[in-house]
Design a protein around this ligand. Sequence first.
Ligand SMILES: Cc1cc2nc3c(=O)[nH]c(=O)nc-3n(C[C@H](O)[C@H](O)[C@H](O)COP(=O)(O)OP(=O)(O)OC[C@H]3O[C@@H](n4cnc5c(N)ncnc54)[C@H](O)[C@@H]3O)c2cc1C
Length: 255
Amino acid sequence: MKILVVSAHPDPRSLNAELAGFAVDHLRAAGHEVRVSDLYAMKWKAVVDGDDFPDHAGDQRLHVMDVSQDATLAERLTADVAAEQEKIRWADALVLQFPMWWFSAPAILKGWIDRVFTAGFAYGPAVPPPYSEGALAGKRALVSVTMGARETAFSDRGIHGGLQDVLHPLQHGLLWFTGVAPLEPFAVYGANALLDEQFAAARRELGVRLDGLFTDEPVPFRTLVGGDYDHEMRLLAGVEEPGTEGLALHVRGRG
Ligand SMILES: Cc1cc2nc3c(=O)[nH]c(=O)nc-3n(C[C@H](O)[C@H](O)[C@H](O)COP(=O)(O)OP(=O)(O)OC[C@H]3O[C@@H](n4cnc5c(N)ncnc54)[C@H](O)[C@@H]3O)c2cc1C
């Protein structure tokens, strides 16, 4: 199978760089084709602006969704964005490796998403409707994240909120929205100071998750076409299991 590993850490000697390198080697050893987007090494431009749209007249208002779709459909995106889209089209699965920064991804990875997932490529009226039918349907993804906090702090009653909720913007808002089926995320907690055995365990556990990239069940997010939502994209009353609330409402059988 074909896998794109996207890595976002400024230091090539970091834990995250180690895990990304491990993932690449592990997947290749298993016979997969792997391509890499090492965003800091690529000096990825992280902000959307007028320079992204060569056909856009500088004195005109920049309506990003409109110009993004026009440029995508006319194949007039900048070379860096077009190259990343080609990698995503090529891939059967994505692996996103990054440290949690401010309960989110580092800005460079958010900027990769903002610039690469253009209207007309990943969303918008020119492509199929979102979620299970989305533009990138058929692909899978594994979010692999490290964080300073301990696991209990990201548990259901943890002060930071459940990890599923914290990662919902990526898992549901980006991946599932565009049709990509996300697996349960892989997390390394307490990552600021790992003992050697914890580091070895993290690699080993990541290896297991990579082995299941094409066989593990994705998170069972609800589908727009499954009859669970009304025309206003609101979950129908009584569809959920009793007691389920919050973002867990959008996952079948959770709560
Ligand atoms: C701006 C910012 C915001 C943050 N926000 C959050 C947040 O919202 N929530 C949260 O929980 N945390 C947060 N953190 C903490 C952050 O998530 C961790 O610092 C990060 O996940 C650690 O990953 P790293 O790759 O930078 O680790 P590194 O500093 O590179 O390594 C961490 C440890 O891993 C081990 N290690 C690394 N490489 C090896 C190796 N080759 N062999 C053996 N051991 C190794 C070492 O013990 C090392 O000390 C934030 C940090 C920053 C800078």
